[in-house]
Write a protein that binds this ligand. Structure first.
Ligand SMILES: Nc1ncnc2c1ncn2[C@@H]1O[C@H](COP(=O)(O)OP(=O)(O)OP(=O)(O)O)[C@@H](O)[C@H]1O
Ligand SMILES: [Mg+2]
Length: 314
């Protein structure tokens, strides 16, 4: 039976990234973009790919269509040594895609979810869960099928003795409905960014949100862009600064790369401060090249960049 350090359950899609866009799109008009990139997209796949590049053994569970975008995704995952035995495909749905219009440090995205929202909790067998030590889920709002029974999925994983993490990512509907009191007890690490955290807990301040969930949360990691990241652990809040640099190509996937860095250390039982720092350095390395996976060629390369650019030893 296959065996992995981390099993990633999540959405799989390609990113069509437009750069050097001359203005903003307007109905009835046409503008040009002077750069195009077709790459592996989706938070889950970028996380899986970069975690694997760090030397962790990773299996992926997801649903694709039977189309050329699916081939692109499978090839990209295999190139980064992510196991795709549990990636399913269906003739009924098209593979999801995101069109990313990138403007400097920020971007406007349009996502066609396609197959990704058809993956159901009942598709995730105990055999899959028992193949890993740690389970990570990303983009819960994009995965309507999984969201309905996410509590049951995490509860099942914990009962099987697996540690768990989740990055909620953005809610395109901006309803931000997540049953935190049922979900968080089964989650070892919850990993939203600051805006997502405030929206999901429906409070304007971090401290207030943390107060609200203190009864049922385990570790909460809050990503905060150029301000670095914060970790809440039973009432104690620790912050670590970002590794700022003047060579930012774009920030696509910085959050997923942070997650990969953090979890690569968490599963080894490293100190939480070290997990935070490795998360931050991976987020920063992500920003050095376009897209979410370009900087993450292999462990040796990542170690070299971490030392050369940020004086950080992995
Ligand atoms: N411009 C930057 N320079 C250096 N480090 C950065 C920069 N932007 C982000 N990071 C690092 O990456 C981490 C994650 O970034 P961010 O807070 O933007 O996550 P996110 O909003 O979840 O991103 P994503 O859009 O990928 O989901 C930050 O905590 C920080 O350590
Ligand atoms: Mg994010």
């Amino acid at each position: 039976m296959a065996s992995f350090d981390v099993l990633v359950i999540g959405e799989l899609n390609v990113d069509i990234i437009l750069n050097d866009i001359q203005g903003f799109p307007e109905i009835g008009k046409e503008i040009r973009a002077d750069q195009l990139n077709l790459t592996l997209g989706s938070s889950s796949a970028i996380f899986a790919s970069n975690l694997s590049s760090l030397g962790v053994s990773v299996g992926m569970v997801g649903l694709l269509g039977n189309d050329s975008f699916a081939d692109t995704i499978k090839k990209s995952l295999l190139d980064k040594k992510v196991n795709i035995d549990f990636v399913m495909s269906s003739d009924r749905y098209s593979t999801g895609l995101t069109i990313v219009m990138n403007y400097g440090m920020d971007r406007a995205n349009v996502t066609f979810p396609g197959a990704m929202e058809r993956l159901m909790v009942e598709d995730i067998t105990d055999q899959m869960l028992l193949s890993c030590k740690h389970m990570h889920l990303s983009s819960i709002f994009l995965q309507k099928g999984i969201k309905k029974q996410a509590v049951q999925l995490f509860e099942r994983a914990k009962k099987l003795g697996i540690t768990t993490s989740m990055d909620p990512q953005w809610d395109p509907s901006e309803n931000w409905k997540l049953d935190l009191s049922s979900l968080l007890p089964h989650l070892d690490v919850w990993m939203p960014n600051e805006v997502e955290f405030k929206n999901i807990t429906s409070v304007p301040e971090l401290a207030e949100g943390l107060e609200k969930i203190k009864e049922y949360a385990n570790y909460v990691v809050i990503k905060d862009g150029i301000h670095g990241a914060h970790l809440w652990n039973q009432g104690n809040l620790t912050s670590k600064p970002a590794f700022l640099n003047s060579e930012v190509a774009d920030c696509i996937g910085a959050g997923d790369s942070f997650d990969a860095g953090f979890i690569s250390e968490f599963i080894k039982g490293s100190e939480l401060n070290r997990c935070l720092e490795v998360g931050n350095v991976m987020g920063a390395i992500n920003t050095l090249e376009p897209g979410g996976t370009t900087s993450f060629k292999n462990r040796e390369y990542i170690e070299k960049i971490a030392i050369e650019k940020f004086g950080f030893t992995l």
